[in-house]
Each structure stands twice: as structure tokens, then as C-alpha cells.
Design a protein around this ligand. Structure first.
Ligand SMILES: [Zn+2]
Length: 123
């Protein structure tokens, strides 16, 4: 069955909702990881107390990077939504060939055919 623009938009909406939910979960974890609190939990007078706080800081940095990635992905999804308003939403933005319904169904936010995507990976 060919992918309709209606279905494509629904796929993008679902992807956006999933991404937002993932961000919310990570943000919650991030907020719960308070390095000051963890450091103080270790207890006063404990000389090795710093390491757990450092681990928490590391984990927070990792989460913050993931959140930033997911937020960037939201704008990719929004761009795909905008493209879906035009006539060429099924075409690769680089070579103009069809992206393919199967690929768009699996990766609704993509704007490249599999060939161009592979090329980009080699940059
Ligand atoms: Zn292409």
C-alpha cells in the first residue's frame, strides 16, 4: 500500500510524541540526579565521598547531551512536517530520487534516500 501524506503526517506526529516522551523521561532523571545531594548523602567526614558525586555529574552530562540530541531531532521532525506540505515530500532533498515508501514509513523524519544517507555517513 502506498504511503499517503495523511499516514506520513500521522507517523510524524507519533514520532514526535515518542521523542517528547523520551525527553520528559530523561529530563526527570536528570532533575533527580542532583550531584550536591548525592555528595552530601555520602556523609560528612568520608574522604572518598567525592567519587559518587563525580559519577552523578558524568551521568548528568551524558543525559544533557542525549536531551540536546532528541531536541534537535524534534526540529528535524518539524522540518519533515513542513516538507509534507509540499509536493516533493517523497523525494530525496539531495539527489531528488524517491526516498521510498518503506524507508519513509520506517524513518518518517528522513529527507534523504538510502544512497545519500550512506554518503553522508562517510563525510
Ligand atoms: Zn538521494
Amino acid at each position: 500500500m502506498p504511503l499517503t501524506v495523511k499516514k506520513h503526517r500521522a507517523n510524524l506526529d507519533q514520532l514526535r510524541a515518542e521523542t517528547e516522551a523520551a525527553i520528559a523521561v530523561m529530563q526527570k532523571t536528570y532533575d533527580e540526579l542532583d550531584p550536591e545531594e548525592v555528595a552530601s548523602d555520602v556523609g560528612a567526614g568520608e574522604d572518598e565521598g567525592g567519587s559518587e558525586g563525580d559519577l552523578t555529574r558524568f551521568e548528568r552530562d551524558r543525559l544533557r547531551a542525549r536531551i540536546a540530541e532528541e531536541e534537535a531531532f524534534l526540529s528535524v521532525i518539524d522540518a519533515a512536517h513542513k516538507r509534507a506540505e509540499g509536493r516533493n515530500w517523497k523525494s530525496c532533498t539531495r539527489c531528488g530520487k524517491p526516498i521510498g515508501d518503506d524507508r519513509l514509513e520506517a524513518l518518517p523524519a528522513t529527507d534523504l534516500c538510502v544512497t545519500c544517507k550512506a554518503d553522508r555517513g562517510n563525510w
